[in-house]
Design a protein around this ligand. Sequence first.
Ligand code: IPM
Ligand code: MG
Length: 365
Amino acid sequence: MKLKITCIPGDGIGPEIVTEAKKVLDKVAKVYGHEIEYKDILMGGCSIDVHGVPLTDEAIADAKAADAVLMGSIGGNTSTSPWYKLEPGLRPEAGLLKLRKALNLFANLRPAYLYPELKSACPLKESTSDKGFDMLIMRELTGGLYFGDRFTKEVDGELVATDTLVYKESEIKRIAIRAFDVARKRRKSVISVDKANVLDSSRLWRKVVEEVAKDYPDVTLEHMLVDNCAMQLVKDPSQFDVVLTENMFGDILSDEASMITGSIGMLSSASLNDTSFGLYEPSHGSAPDIAGQNKANPIATILSAAMMLRYSFNLDKEADAIEGAVREVLGDNYRTVDIMPKENADNLKLCTCTEMGDIITEYIK
Ligand code: IPM
Ligand code: MG
């Protein structure tokens, strides 16, 4: 099969982790007889430096022309980088939001799974981490607070900032359908997270989700308020299978979920529209503090590449091969620094970003 992939190395650790993911993909292509055609495009701070904007129309066209997009990370240190002196619409993150909207990537899948090998890196009580967890956060990605009108103006002598949270029934319905469809292939449970005790958008969310649920009598639906969900994630993450939620709540809860897997460096993600096209990126940011030091954990990006093979190319065997290799590498005690426990690390082998990519590549047979 011929795979046309556009890559967005981006900023910070992005180029390092994308290099490792490409290595792994190239090995998969070699073993399973596929051909990959890559094209790199600029997005984020690196695009601002060259073009003055975080994403050009040409870059969007290149992304659209591919079968899938593999992304590293974008952005820099928000307090020190000159990118954050620009007006908000020209900052690195605006590029990513523009791309999500331009490609209609409304469904963001973020799986959070505790590898038994990483139990000691999980910050939760042992009695909790012992139970393990395996959840999929289904985050709505092109609506809500991220895309509502926003402005700051002076009213009665002081500045007033406004952000608006808007959801249409149709936007809620399509993401709910995605959540129930995927739940059917998993443990058949959806927990829908909202703030229906305060927000109108959440009350509509709940109503639409309940309507969609009627078509899935085999899947159980529960509603949970977002503040309670934040607490339950650290109290008993094993209760979650599919977590369905809106854009902003999903952003926050997915960082929390990734941390309890041992490191934010482990969480992959897929952003999908209603075709097979997708954008695949780690859930973590650009980690400017460790950029260029060969210390980053490339696993989230490598697992995102596996999701790409599964969702955009229907190559389940190949995706299984990558996920299996990651599991084996962890089982054989290789660790990047973020997943290296402070104590009891005698039998563990510390790896650089490059070494981790090389070892995972080697384990793909
Ligand atoms: C994420 C990131 C983005 C988001 C930023 C970079 C705009 O935090 O993908 O979770 O908030 O969606
Ligand atoms: Mg985030």
